[in-house]
Design a protein around this ligand. Structure first.
Ligand SMILES: Cc1ncc(COP(=O)(O)O)c(C=O)c1O
Length: 368
């Protein structure tokens, strides 16, 4: 049956958004699975942080603070920056989306190191912009000359994550500084996984007005569901982004938890030590089982599966055993799975499932 009203409504969509299909609803996720597919941090909150969340619920009838002021003040003080150098977001992905909105007109280009955080593809599409995907150099190094003199030279901004998702590789801060110092483009440095890495570039923010550093509390501070993220940069850039932010973009719980996490960062040291320890343990165990694991500086591992099967096959087998891992639908990574690092029992369950699957597959193949 033709629905003329609907056709008329849909034809009013903007030219850019008309290219996007209607989003289907996915089934309810199975909460009983071991979830190792989106790099959360599955540990309980420090008691003080939890108390601040509960106390914030008593202010549920009030709108949250305008412009996230206390949270921005606390974040600025924690990193010896000024409040106008900080934007607070409903997750760092909100700040990322503001950058796309603020800097891109339809037809503009943006450069991203690839493989990289796939959400950037959607953000570029939503702006009608062209995403230039620039490959990493040997062992995940930064191709500085290519970024300075190749097609990325014309991009409105250059985006890279350090450590990178989905590889977990880390580039030295000196290389990032070399790019930022020599480029006149805005460099957006996504440090979502920095707490599992040896160094950060945040100290460069006071030196270079073309650097914007993104941080999130989703990965290392165990509050992915509460949505707390930040951008740190020059006040003139940060102020432009704050200006286009949704009214009351965060809620009172996010504000309270964000401030409390900043006050209790040391309470997470053991959590971060655990993740690095498990990362090494699982990496070694997987390599003993025939996987080839990229050395990781994040809270996940990218593992190339043993020959004969691909990442999607492994993902499906693991899911039947109620373990969720990610596959990366990118050229060259079809044979990989990405596994978040969780608690010891979660990682033991994952490794036991891998051993079972390998054992069953070997006997099935030798029977043929
Ligand atoms: C590189 C990178 N940046 C940003 C995000 C999103 O972080 P948030 O939860 O703060 O929106 C992710 C989440 O997977 C990520 O991998």
């Amino acid at each position: 049956m033709s629905d003329n009203k609907l056709q008329s409504v849909l034809s009013s969509l903007s030219q850019v958004y008309r290219q996007l299909n209607c989003l289907p609803s996915s089934p309810t996720p199975d909460a009983s699975c071991v979830k190792l597919n989106t790099n959360e941090n599955p540990f309980a909150l420090p008691a003080a942080v939890m108390q601040s969340a509960v106390a914030a619920l008593e202010r549920q009838y009030l709108y949250p603070e305008d412009d996230n002021i206390s949270l921005r003040e606390a974040a600025a003080a924690s990193y010896s920056l000024s409040t106008d150098q900080v934007i607070a977001g409903n997750g760092s992905s909100e700040v990322l989306s503001l950058i796309y909105k603020a800097f891109l007109d339809p037809g503009d280009s943006v450069a991203m190191m690839s493989p990289g955080f796939a959400y950037n593809r959607k953000l570029a599409l939503l702006q009608g912009a062209q995403l230039l995907e620039i490959g990493w150099g040997d062992s995940g190094s930064l191709p500085i000359k290519e970024l300075l003199f190749g097609p990325a030279k014309e991009a409105k901004f250059i985006l890279l994550a350090n450590p990178n998702n989905p590889t977990g590789t880390f580039v030295p801060i000196a290389d990032i500084e070399s790019l930022v110092a020599r480029s006149d483009r805005l460099i957006v440095l996504d440090e979502a996984y920095v707490d599992f890495a040896p160094d950060s570039a945040l100290r460069l923010v006071n030196r270079y007005s073309n650097l914007l550093v993104l941080r999130t509390f989703s990965k290392s501070y165990a509050v992915a569901g509460i949505r707390v993220g930040f951008g740190y940069g020059h006040p003139e850039v940060v102020g432009r982004l704050r200006n286009i932010q949704n009214l009351f973009n965060m809620n009172v719980i996010g504000h309270a938890v964000g401030v409390s996490v900043l006050a209790h960062r040391a309470a997470y040291n053991e959590n971060h030590r655990h993740i690095k320890y498990e990362r090494a343990r699982v990496s070694f165990a997987l390599s003993q089982l025939g996987f080839s694991v990229t050395p990781s500086h994040a809270n996940f591992l990218l593992a190339r599966v043993p020959a004969g099967r691909d990442g999607t096959w492994w993902q499906a087998c693991l899911e039947r055993k109620r373990i969720l891992v990610a596959v990366i639908p990118e050229k060259g990574l079809e044979d990989c799975i990405r596994v978040s690092i969780g608690t010891t029992p979660q990682m033991d369950a994952f490794l036991a499932a891998v051993e079972d699957i390998l054992g069953a597959d070997t006997s099935q193949r030798s029977a043929v």
